[in-house]
Design a protein around this ligand. Sequence first.
Ligand code: FAD
Length: 461
Amino acid sequence: ACAISPRAIVSDACASYSTLERLNRNVKPALDELTQTTDFFSYYRLNLFNKKCPFWNDEDGMCGNIACAVETLDSETDIPEIWRASELGKLEGPRAKHPGKTAQRERPQRPLQGKLGDNVGESCVVEYDDECDDRDYCVPEDESAGSKGDYVSLLRNPERYTGYAGAGAKQVWDAVYRENCFQKSSFPHSASLGKIPTPKGPAAMDFKAVIEAAGRQQALEEQRQHNPLTPFVAKTGLEHEDECLEKRVFYRVMSGMHASISTHLCWDFLNQTTGQWQPNVGCYMARLHQFPDRTSNLYFNYALLTRAIAKLGPYLAAHDDYTFCMGDADEDAATRAKVLAVTNKAASVPQIFDESLMFKNGEGPSLKEDFRNRFRNVSRLMDCVGCDKCRLWGKLQTAGYGAALKVLFEFDNSADKPDVVLPVLQRTELVALFNTYARLSSSLIAIQQFRAMVEQSEAAA
Ligand code: FAD
């Protein structure tokens, strides 16, 4: 039985969705185990508070938490303080500073033992300073000179409803989609160029509408061309040349990330009448159900990350310099086994996304650099998000997609080619990659449950 509207961009939605859902049921337990029970994968290091929004002046366009909250909730003052957006968006749990260069130099080479902080019992998070690589799709977290950021517990700060909304949030999303306009960048490619006026204008929004219309056109095209044996990428119509493949992929990644964030905030929603955290079907209907292309893009991202994780597996297995705990051999081995359990399960289906089609034909090769730069701009845009928790997950997920794209487009299936110089994957990239995969994985489950709720209420009506 198929519950997805055939109007979805993935026109053979049932086949594609159910394949991915089945795969997800297989992968999810291992992924949860990895991201919820290992220190390595449940703390993320990032620069959450020290970076300014590089693209616009906070006072001009960014909405502070309190102001956003007032816009979101008509009578914010009537609800208990702990339910207000300013409170919901705050981070919880202890945070620890990165030890910094001096402390790293003083530390013995190996084994090394770092302490996350008081009362944390953490011993596996110290890492060497990041090395920049021009094949990175995200801005390394040490871009702003000096600070290396904080370690934040992902388990203590789940991605869920925060009440962050209004002009500030919309400005960030609009800017994210504007980056899809490949002909001419809205932003300089280096944040160091300083502030520029808030990018606005009907042209950019029109472009997005055009892309969405092109997506619907694709759906019709795919209905004609459906072949259940071709990889997911072919089923999505990405091989058609009406709109450059790379641009469509860029848009789908952004829209899929947005859809996943929307899914989590609707699933873990605060009912401000009862004070209960519970799924909000109305929220799902308004943000996802009525927009099958968004759900399709979310599933597309799941396929893309599955492929990246599957591709990474042999590489991680072959390179024992990826030590997950650095110092405690048992914990290291246990974490490694959990990582490989995920990569093996992700590889248990035939190749689900064919990245070899990208950056090949037409303007493809010349677009790669542009694609990377635009992705970096999106990662910088996350510093413009005016809610701490949202910024945490926005930064983590852009870094996760960036790592996935790096694996897909910069790793040349090279586990068995020792002479190929591979780009480095930092600890933060690995943590972001697997946690982003875990976010998508729980989004798929939530969407299935939301769909069932909608069907139930329709049947009862
Ligand atoms: P928005 O979600 O703000 O969307 C703006 C516009 O974008 C829509 O009107 C629509 O035209 C378009 N759009 C929406 N979804 C898609 C899609 N999937 N694909 C393409 N176009 C789309 N809020 C929380 O409660 N918890 C969070 O963790 C959280 N994290 C966030 C992280 C980031 C990076 C940002 C920018 C915002 C975050 N927010 C979070 C806020 C949240 O995403 C929404 O902005 C907010 O709930 C207001 O929603 P909205 O209905 O106005 O539309």
